[in-house]
Design a protein around this ligand. Structure first.
Ligand SMILES: C[S@@+](CC[C@H](N)C(=O)[O-])C[C@H]1O[C@@H](n2cnc3c(N)ncnc32)[C@H](O)[C@@H]1O
Length: 454
């Protein structure tokens, strides 16, 4: 067959799910990644991108549903860019996530024989996200859309009145902000015209403490109207412990790294995870699924295999959560993190939880390990938990020089993990096992814990 061209209509049978959530089918041997399909689906699809070696296609019609297809419960599927796998049975998704980790390790890491254990299933399939970032934009008539980017569109926001993966409190907070914006006539920001006021609403919740924090991101000059939000929010959501206000007059659609003031209450929430109480500032990272974070850290503890006498490094530490959960089993903990507020949180969290042999250093892991290595105790175990981009080549080299006997890698992106894993194996480590932990049900994102030894 000729290579498919844009807008060609193909009838295909979907074989399995690829990383990213698309179904993989073959049309006369040519690989086609099909949106919104499930394994076993016989589907009519339209090619939207044709490349030399594969094509991407959108679903036109399910001709015959595969055995794993279910009805997506959320009315915003498939327009909303948030969840991409609501239409596939959970067991199938979970198995696919495990297979995708193994496939990335084989293809990108050239490590086909690694033990990839069964994925830990999510404890809650909906209502699990403790942090939500909503974008505001005007609808066609200038009214307010508050929700998520439409799939594949930077300039269109799907208005959400209930997000099924947010918690009930997260949904209530968003709706309270919406009522304020409508009553006060706060204009949503128009990205094309670069005008308007309300840009983002970030809600954050301590699931085990019931505390909530809201961050309103606006253009400059909205202080007075944002001040009036505090009273209303407290009335509608007594769980609120703080309202913060960030100013973004730039083009970039960001919610962090901005000039921020506390409007009411405080600029952090508390969360409890295992026996540790954590202070989490508005700008500090925390895992977005609290109950599964507990599971993730149990798996990290298993991988670390601490017995009480070890020096533990917690690299890319955020507010110190994983290091502090594991601290009772270590002699000393050294945490490194680049965001200042998170480092302040980590230090305060260690003090509050009574861990005196704890130090948190602010800086880039790569630079701190190069400049301060001689002043730091040698690690017995190092945990790395980098962002999706994975470890840079420089960071891998510094960690190889550091040579912890046990290296625990917490990954939120299987492709960058597979690339980093290869470098560690080439550098003398054995990758003993990898365990996916499903932190993000309904979405294609994959979290995994791995144990390396040398
Ligand atoms: C995936 S989070 C992990 C946080 C923490 N381990 C947890 O479980 O909550 C990654 C963290 O790495 C930090 N980070 C990103 N780049 C960094 C770098 N070059 N050096 C140090 N920290 C970095 C981010 O600020 C973020 O807190």
């Amino acid at each position: 067959m000729e290579r498919p061209k844009r807008d060609d209509i193909l009838d295909v049978t979907v074989d399995h799910l690829a990383f990213g959530g698309q179904g993989v089918a073959r049309a006369d041997g040519f690989v086609v990644f099909c949106d919104d399909t499930a394994p076993g689906d016989h589907a009519r699809v339209r090619v939207r991108k044709a490349r030399r070696r594969f094509a991407e296609a959108r679903l036109e019609e399910v001709l015959e549903a595969g055995p794993d297809r279910i009805v997506a419960p959320c009315a915003n599927v498939p327009r909303c860019g948030g969840c991409r796998l609501q239409h596939v049975g959970y067991e199938t998704v979970l198995a696919a996530k495990r297979d995708q980790v193994a496939e990335h390790l084989a293809r990108i890491g050239h490590l086909p024989d690694v033990t990839v254990l069964e994925a830990d299933p999510a404890l809650e399939h909906f209502g699990y996200r403790n942090k939500m970032e909503y974008s505001a934009s005007p609808d066609r008539d200038g009214g307010l859309h508050l929700g998520f980017h439409e799939r594949g569109r930077w300039d269109s926001i799907v208005d959400i009145d209930e997000c099924m993966i947010a918690t009930p409190l997260g949904n209530r907070l968003r709706e309270a902000v919406r009522r304020w914006a409508l009553d006060e006539g706060v204009a949503p920001y128009d990205q094309r015209a670069q005008e308007g006021v309300l840009r983002h609403v970030v809600t954050r919740e301590g699931v085990n403490t019931g505390q909530a924090l809201v961050n309103i991101v606006t253009t400059a000059g909205a202080e007075e109207v944002v001040d009036r939000l505090a009273e209303r929010l407290v009335g509608d959501c007594p769980e609120l412990v703080g309202l913060v206000h960030s100013i973004n007059d730039g083009v970039a659609e960001v919610t962090s790294g901005l000039v921020t003031r506390t409007v009411w209450g405080r600029d952090f929430i508390e969360e409890r995870i295992h026996d540790v109480t954590l202070r989490l500032s508005a700008g500090a990272f925390f895992q977005t699924n609290t109950r599964m974070a507990e599971r993730l850290y149990e798996r990290a503890a298993e991988a670390a295999g601490l017995s009480g006498g070890e020096v533990l490094y917690d690299l890319y530490a955020g507010a110190g959560s994983v290091g502090l959960v594991l601290a009772p089993k270590a002699r000393e903990v050294v945490a490194i993190e680049i965001v200042e507020d998170a480092v302040r949180d980590a230090t305060a969290n260690a003090e509050r939880n009574g861990f005196s042999s704890y130090r948190a250093i602010c800086g880039d892991v790569r630079v701190v390990l190069r400049e301060q290595r001689d002043q730091l105790p040698a690690p017995d175990v190092a945990i790395v938990d980098p962002p999706r981009a994975g470890l840079s080549g420089g960071a891998v080299r510094r960690i190889l020089e550091l040579a912890p006997p046990v290296l625990v890698y917490i990954s939120c992106q299987p492709a960058t993990f597979a690339d980093n894993a290869k470098r560690f194996v080439d550098g003398g480590y054995t990758l003993e096992w990898v365990r996916p932990v499903d932190m993000f049900p309904q979405t294609p994102h994959i979290e995994a814990v791995a144990r390396f030894t040398r």
